[in-house]
Structures are given as structure tokens and as C-alpha cells.
Unconditional design. Sequence first.
Lengths: 505, 337
Amino acid sequence: MAEPIIVVRNLSKAFPGVQALKDVQFDLYPGEVHTLVGENGAGKSTLMKILSGVYQRDTGEILINGKPAEIHNPRAAQKLGISIIHQELNLMNHLTAAQNIYIGREPRKPGGFVLDEKALNAQARKLFETLRMDFDPRVKVGELTIAKQQMVEIVKALSFNARVLIMDEPTAALNETEVEELFDIIRHLRSQGVGIIYISHRMDELFRISDRITVLRDGQYMGTFRASETNLDQIIPLMVGRKIDETARRIPEGKLGEVVLEVRNLNRGRLVRNVSFNVRKGEILGFAGLMGAGRTETARAVFGADPIDSGEIIVKGKKVVIRHPRDAVRHGIGYLSEDRKRYGLAVGMDVLDNICMTDLPTFMNAMGVLRPKKMQAAAEKQVETLSIKTPSLMQKVKFLSGGNQQKVVVAKWLVKNCDVLFFDEPTRGIDVGAKQEIYLLLNKLASLGKAVVMISSELPEILRMSDRIIVMCEGRITGELDGARATEEEIMKLATQRETMVKTA
Amino acid sequence: MADKSNGTPAIASIAKITAGTKGAAARQKILAFSSLVLLIIAFSLLSPNFFQPYNLIAIMLATAVNGVLAIGVTFVIITGGIDLSVGTMMTFTAVMAAQTVAVWNLPVILGVLMALFVGTICGLASGVMIAKFKLPPFIATLGMSMLTKGLSLIIAKSKPIYFTNAPSFAKISMGSLFPFMKDFQIPNAVIILFGLAILASFVLNSTIFGRYTFAIGSNEEAVRLSGINTDRWKIAVYAVNGLICGIAGILIASRLNSAQPALGQGYELDAIAAAVIGGTSLSGGEGTILGTIIGAFIMSTLTNGLRILSVPQEWQIVTTGIIIIFAVYVDMLRKRR
């Protein structure tokens, strides 16, 4: 076998409060597809960002072509022949494919100021031809499909003579035909001796495209396998089973109330297909699944943030029509988005204003003037109920911790007397201590008789918090599990149960 | 993305008629061009005085200053920025030219160079504030607008400066390079406008400067990640815009045979309007010089035609306002698709 292009030994990297990578090893040979798998937060992206010069390692060794290498920045990585294609494409939509590929390296006419557009298009066309892509380099990127845009990114990466191509979840936004096209390109690149590092959440893809598979878990190296000599049953147990500081599961309080919200055969686009579920008073319902499984889309559809194609929503036994979030709020449904700062809070305003904001009309007198005392009383009540830690009601929300900010968002919905609360990734971007507080908060809300729906990509969190667990994959519900007895393996299997697999099975 | 064009059917269909052609900016340009042709036909039918050589020249002359300013601001808007100071920057360069020629008694050519130099420096300053100090373009250029307005008044002592000692200065705008065409003497100002338009169009489409102007407006972060010094190019765009304001300053001073320090405010909005009517997208990444010139001509043709029809000036302003709103709305419609 040839020399490896990349060898990583004992690599470690810590961020404040987290050991993102610990003694990780990895290697890549020319002409192979080496796939990295692991749960969210396993350290895949950190490893890739170190290899592409975005982060610097703490300790450990990286050898490129057998020589120790320092990758100080993305430019240095590019010089070493390492290119990365991020999940979020970095293209200029108003420019053509060729113009995008050669941005900053445009061929110019003598004098250096006038562009040589002919040469530019010819170069790009040649590049497309060597990759056997049928592509007009003069098309504007904004007019291409995501799949085609991705190809432009790939070609751009390769135009730097990349020998290593890192692809971070390239299939996340592609349909099945497009995935197959992408795989064709990957196979072609492999035959040309390019080494490909592939990151994916889709388990079935692992065996379709990989030569070798490396598993990471909690920043630790779990093993590397030849794809031809292993199977999912070996891989999944290695991915899951993360250690958590507190494994105590929530004890359902036995006395679950009546069904508050029932959803029947909800459809919305590709990511919400025939979704049916219900949630009871005092219950915490967990929604598990991988990224892009359609959980957020389901919540948004129920909440009226996106129009539904078909389906019924029943609140407290009555069929309701929800066309707009304000309909949802009127029926007592609240949605707490993942991105609190962007959608949930006015961070520059104080705690009092944020809590009362969604329900200002109830704090006005007949003249339409706000009554500060009434607002203060309402806010104080929420601060107490949810034990929001703030020096005063006048504190600006941006100075609160992540956990307390989350509580302020919850308070907003409680002021509106919501009975059903959707939490979308409530602990994302929050440190361990604050997570604990959020868990206590969710439990408290359930004990107050609220119905809580929690969307989470972290399996331990789902297992710990949920009374019942619904697992989604590609817009469908693939299973429902009892929170007290479910295991990570079961969830993972359901979460990766793609339609194509079901058909062939 | 779902089809969300739920606007008025009539307007949606106008947008759709032009949808077959390539590129959104091209579509708006065709839309703008047909509007201009329609305007000309309509006014010609309504008044025999409209389609006459002298009146067409009057329209062109009336377009010159706004057209030149609009060319500069088109570059800025394509980067996703805005420049609210072009009107008063123009006045400032005019005052500086007058100061040089009429007060300091220096040759006309030095007055011209002074205007161009001062304009470039002001634009450069705006660019540095925006690219380096990260001020929002709106605020930075609003400040620059007041700054140049104030300086103009101070230097000119709040009075117009006349070019009494330099009669040749007026020739820059009003003389004609082609005196032989008897009935159709095109003033230099118009020739300068078209010359600049052709040059600007070339720079925008065929040079590295133009390419980065579009690229920055399309996705600045991606450009930066490609290893391009985006700050430097942004500063350059604002500086070029300043230089073009200098050209407009010379044109207007020469046309009025004086520098009017109180003039200028409001010109920036006309320039921005011309660019937007011509299909330049305020969110950046899109726009053409030809579109902008057409936009400027639509505005002056409208004003001229309504005046010939004896529509009161107040109503002319109202009409222009409606046209701008309509143009931006059509722009939104085609974007949503």
C-alpha cells in the first residue's frame, strides 16, 4: 500500500469547559474514502477543523506525506493540498460557476486589471471535463440546485490541486438521485488518487461509499474498521453509550392527564410526512432523530410557522385550524426555537420587557397606556416560579447566562398561559451546569401540568427526560418508545431507518 | 422555494412577461427600457412639442448630472452598501473647484483636478469608515453628507461663487465637441455622461475591480475566505464613487457657471432612485450601468414630459415617487420567485 497522506497521532483539543478531542488518531491514504462517524458533539467537526486550519491543536502530531506539519490557517491547509467543503456552501450566487471557482485567481489580460473571461471559462470547462461533469461554467450559481452548487464547491476545492478533500455532511440537502451523482464523483476522485474524508449522519451511506470507517465518541477514538468487514451492529454501539454525569431518568409521575394536543396525519413538504402523535398534560414527549429528520419542521408546522399541506390538529378534543403562529398561541401552543437570540429574545431589552412582550395588551389600561405595576407583578411571578437568576427585572437579557436566557423565553410563554410547549434543542450551546437547570425546568413545567414536547439530538438527554420517545427519520415517524425502557441503540436504529433500507430489507 | 408571488396579478404578469430572458437584472433592465420607450411614445402623442430635437437635448442635459452621480452610486449599491453623501459631496467638489479657479485665480484645469481630488478623498474617507471601522454605510455616509454640506457653506461663506474670471469653465458642460451639427448640438455634459457610462460599464463587467464589486455584494464572507482583501476593495469602490461625484461637481458648476453651496441635498436620493429603477438591487450583487442610465432617463423624461403637459411641479414629484415605489415592488416580486 502507498504512503498515507495524513497521519494524526494522539491529537487533543480542549475548549473552555469541554475536552473536544482526546488522544485521537486518524489516517488517510490516497485513493480511499475514510468516513468519520459519531453522535453530535463527538468531535468530528473539531478534528476536521484542525486539519483544515480553522482550529489549532493542543497536543499531538499531524504528519502530511510523512512530514510533521503545522496548519496555522485555511491558506496553509490549502497549500498542503487539503480542501474542505463545508455544509454551508460558501458561494457567490450572483457570479457564474467559473467566476466562483477562480475568485481571487482570475486570469487577466496584460496589465493585470482587465479580466480574461474567455480564458476563465476555458479553464473552468477543462476542469469540469477532467471530472467528467457536464456543466456550463457560465451559469450563475444562484440558478443552480443545491446539488449542482455543491459540485461547484468540489470543483473549486480541486482547482487548488487538492489531494485531500474533506466533505462535511454533503448529502444533507440532496435527494436520492443527487446523492448517487455525488457518489459517482467521489468514486471518480478516488480512482484519481484523491483521499476523501467523509462525514455523515446517514448510516446507510456508510457502507455504500466508505472504504474505512472511524468512530468517535465524546472526543475519543473508538476504532477504525474496513467497511467490508464490519456492519451497523458493530458501529452503532460504539457511537452511542456516552457517559453522562447523571443518568437518573425522569420518573413519570404516574398521573398523566388528558391528551392536550393531538396531531393526525400531518404533511408538510418532504420533511413532514404523515406525522401523527399526541401529548398529555404533565408529560414530556421526546422527539429523537438525526439532523434533518424533520422534527423542527414538524414543530413549526404544528405551530403555524410554515403552512401545512394536510393533516389535523386537535387541541383539548377540539379540531383547530392553525394558519399562523398567533393562532397557535391563541390555542395555547408555544414554540421555543433553537436559536433563542434570533427568534426568542430581544437581548438588548430588560427581563421585565422580555417577559411581558408577547402579551402587552393585557397590561394596558383602557387608554392603551402600559401599567408598569401589573407588568412588574407578572414578571416577578415568573422570575420566582422559574427561579430565573437575575439581579433585577431591569437587567438586560444579554447579560444573563444561557440557561437563564432560556428561562426568560419560557416565562414569555407562561405569561400567555400556554399549555403545550415545544422545546427545540433546549440545551444546545449551553454548558453542563446550565443544562442541569434546563432539565429541572422541564420537569417543573411538566409537574405544573404543562405538556412538554422536547426535540433533542442528544440521546442521553432524550432518554433522561422523556416519558415517551418518538423517533423520526426523513420526515416520517419510524417508531415510538417508552422512555423508561428505551435504549440508545434502539433509538439509533429507528433514527437511521431510511426508506430505501426498509424497501431492500 | 415555493412560489410566493401573491402580488397584484397585473404586476406579477408584467414581471412574468420579462421572465423568459436571462438573469433577473437583465429582466428589470428590459422592463425599465420598455417603460422608457412607452413614456416617450405617450408624451409624443400627447404633445407635439415633446419629440423635438431641442427638447430631447434638454432631457439629455437634464439627465447628465443625475446620471453621472447614479453611475457612481451603482457601484456602491452593488457591493451591498449605500452612499447618502453623493449630492453634497458633488456640491463640495464644485465649491472647491470654484474656490481654486475664481478665488485663487488658478487655471481651469487645476480647478477640475481639485474637484476630482477632493471627491476621491471624501469617498476614500467614507470607505475607510465603512470597511475599517465597520460603521454601517447608511450612518457613515449620512455623516459625510452633513460634513461636506457644512464645509461647502463655510468655504463659500454661504454665497454662490461665480466663475466671472474664467468664461471657459462654462464650456466644459455647455460647449459642444460637435459644433457642426446645427440643429442637434449635443452639449459636452451629455457626451461626458455617455463616455463615463461606457467606461464604467467596461470597468464593472470586464475588470477585476468590477468582479470584486459584484462578489462582495453577493457574499462578502465567501470572498474574504477566498483570500481577497475585501476591505481594500470596498474602500476603492467608495473612492471611485467620490471621484465620480467630482465629475458631477464639475458638470453642475460649469452648467450653472457658479458653485451653489446650498444646492446638492436630495441629489443622492435621485441617484439612488435611478439605480434602483434600472434594476440595481439594494441587497447587493446585482446591477448594470445601462440599467442605471435608463433609470436616470426615465426620471428626467417623466419630469420633462409632465412639465410640457403643464402638470404642476408638485404632481411631478408625486409621480416620481409612485414610479420608484412601483420599481422596487417589481424588484421584490421577481426576487421572491
